[in-house]
Write a protein that binds this ligand. Structure first.
Ligand code: PMP
Length: 275
């Protein structure tokens, strides 16, 4: 009867932790906590634990499991036993935190399909919140893509612009060498996307947040996806057509190396939270 299960009334986060020279560190924990509480607010949830308590729970879980690298999934859900759709003001909210080792997928590069499923309209949900229910949109697109043998789907927004992948953001390097990622508005503007933009800036490489269409994606020199889970993931084919020379491009490889340095404390310390 759990309301969270019946109506997707849950919010969650995905956080990675890595070994660094100074010990185990959670990457951009503050930003993930900000989004966790933002998502809760978007669904009218009053979490029964403070930010400090949740962070302490995460640290304790990693420490007790003696882990140095892995993935953290905090989740909160409406726990009332009711078939009513409306969450009650004083409803019971349950919170769980899962930790598990991260197994890197076998794929070193992806083949993607532009999905016939549209990215949910920003007026229909809060696209910047990680609401469990919204993920049906991603699941439908992914199911369709996988049926055709593709690894992931790219969802277009309601204007036909490229929005994002099923659970990651996208960057393209256009034919004329312009690095672009879709601007905010219809996407979940991820923490990894923000990290990549910050690294580009630090490196004095121009990267633009702007809208672009499917044709720009199809004719791109390089494409990569980015997210907490997949980090920086090269895309080597779109709709069955090869991107560039069919191997991860120069800029993609460069940002991938810098991202790995960053999460392991080799680029800047500012985003690391040591346990
Ligand atoms: N878009 C969607 C739909 C996602 O689920 C995710 C994963 N959280 C992202 C983008 C990337 O976000 P982040 O870099 O914060 O993991």
């Amino acid at each position: 009867m759990c309301q969270g299960l019946h109506y997707g009334a849950a919010i969650f986060e995905g956080i990675r932790f890595y070994p660094t020279a100074c010990g185990t560190s959670l990457f951009r924990l503050d930003d993930h906590m900000n989004r966790f509480f933002y998502s809760a607010g978007a669904l009218g949830m009053i979490l029964p634990f403070s930010r400090t308590e949740i962070m302490a729970g995460i640290a304790e879980l990693i420490y007790k499991n003696a882990m140095h690298e892995g993935y953290i999934r905090p989740i909160a859900w409406y726990a009332e036993e009711t078939l009513g759709v409306t969450p009650k003001k004083d409803a019971r909210i349950d919170v769980a935190i899962l930790v598990f080792p991260w197994q890197k997928g076998e794929k070193k590069a992806l083949s993607i399909k532009v999905s016939p499923i549209m990215r949910i309209h920003p007026a229909s949900t809060n696209v910047e919140a990680k609401l469990a229910g919204t993920y049906n949109n991603s699941q439908l697109a992914l199911l369709d893509a996988q049926k055709g043998g593709y690894d992931d789907a790219i969802l277009l927004d309601y204007n036909g612009n490229v929005a994002e992948a099923s659970s990651s953001n996208i960057f393209v390097v256009t034919r004329d060498e312009r690095i672009c990622t879709p601007s905010r508005g219809t996407i979940l503007s991820g923490i990894t996307r923000d990290t990549a933009l910050a690294i580009f800036k630090e490196e004095e490489i121009k990267a633009h947040e702007e809208l672009f269409g499917e044709s720009c994606l199809a004719s791109a020199k390089e494409v990569f996806l980015c997210g907490t889970a997949i980090e920086i993931m090269p895309v080597v084919a779109v709709n069955g057509k090869q991107i560039g020379d069919g191997a991860p491009g120069e800029i993609t490889q460069h940002i991938s190396i810098l991202y790995q340095n960053t999460v392991r404390g080799g680029f800047t310390q500012k985003w690391l939270a040591y346990i």
